[in-house]
Design a protein around this ligand. Structure first.
Ligand SMILES: [Zn+2]
Length: 313
């Protein structure tokens, strides 16, 4: 048996698993749009010798197929297998009910979405992936897999895709900062822009730094900037005052949005209150900028519905 033998994978030749998502069967584009920080903890797979080989600690990628109408096809997530596959049932989000009723076996994972994908076209034009199963046999087994060499090459591309950009000045040459007492060699194999930050003495810890504009911020594993205070939210959105933030929301919504701190029991800021007209919502820190905008949009939709009803009533 060699690595070229299509369809055969062994523990010795396995570099990583690749789980496939079809956007016409499951609304994966919507998930990434609305809940990019929510990891994929289980994914439907076929019950075969491959899924029987899945075990905790193995690297795994999430692949999105399709014609590119809803979402760019390619690798969108990276993580690990957390345990053996389990029997289960499809959740209510499945778009294709026939496919859902046939989905009874699930890989257990912790997969985070990348800041940007490694596109199918990028892999197609890279000779290191000439034999990649998902490119050669797109309709083949799920899980698909990568050889050790393919997995090493993809790790490099996925790390670069996950680097992200500065939320303030859009610079792409940002640094990922790892804090804490790291044992020697911890960052071996990491790209040169992953640096050691030492120990945090004071202030809120951050894990991203922009050398161009000096901004320090906290990002999730998928690269999304997180706000832990109203001040951080303003900084991430480039507003130097709460009034400035409200102006920005006015531009976004075309209506007045009122923003206010909600202090917690310890006299610190624990949440943010958003109000449009008579409707309001409280959003607890920390949250990502994406979650903030989605919440604003949801509140706006409720208010517009109210106004519609008033007009009709
Ligand atoms: Zn910057």
């Amino acid at each position: 048996m060699t690595d070229q033998t299509v369809g055969l994978v062994s523990a010795a030749s396995l570099g990583a698993w690749l789980l496939k998502a079809n956007p016409t069967i499951y609304p994966i584009a919507e998930w990434i749009q609305d809940r990019p920080d929510e990891p994929v903890t289980s994914w439907s797979v076929q019950r075969n010798y491959r899924s029987a080989m899945m075990e905790a600690g193995q690297p795994v990628y999430l692949w999105i197929s399709g014609d590119g109408r809803d979402i760019e096809p390619g690798v969108w997530g990276y993580g690990v297998v957390t345990g053996p596959c389990e029997v289960g049932t499809a959740d209510s989000r499945w778009l294709d009910r026939d496919a859902a009723s046939g989905a009874g076996y699930y890989a257990m994972t912790e997969i985070n979405f990348l800041a940007s994908p490694v596109s199918r076209s990028a892999l197609n034009s890279d000779p290191r992936f000439a034999d990649l199963e998902v490119l050669k046999v797109p309709a083949g087994s799920n899980p698909s897999f990568l050889t050790i060499d393919q997995a090493r090459a993809l790790r490099e591309l996925a790390q670069a895709a996950d680097r992200g950009t500065c939320p303030r000045c859009r610079n792409g040459e940002i640094l990922h900062v790892v804090f804490g007492m790291l044992p020697p060699g911890s960052l071996d194999g990491e790209p040169p822009w992953v640096t050691e930050g030492g120990c945090v003495i004071m202030g809120l810890p951050t894990n991203r730094h922009c050398p161009a504009c000096g901004l320090d911020w906290l990002a999730t594993s998928g690269g999304r900037p997180q706000a832990r205070t109203l001040h951080e939210l303003r900084t991430l959105l480039g507003c130097d005052s709460t009034a400035g933030l409200e102006d920005l929301l006015w531009d976004h919504c075309d209506v007045d949005v009122h923003v206010e701190d909600v202090p917690d029991d310890h006299d610190e800021v624990g949440a943010l209150s958003l109000r449009i007209g008579t409707r309001g919502v409280t959003l607890e820190f920390p949250f990502s900028v994406t979650e903030f905008i989605v919440t604003v949009d949801e509140l706006l939709a409720e208010v517009l519905d109210d106004w519609d009803e008033e007009l009709r009533g």
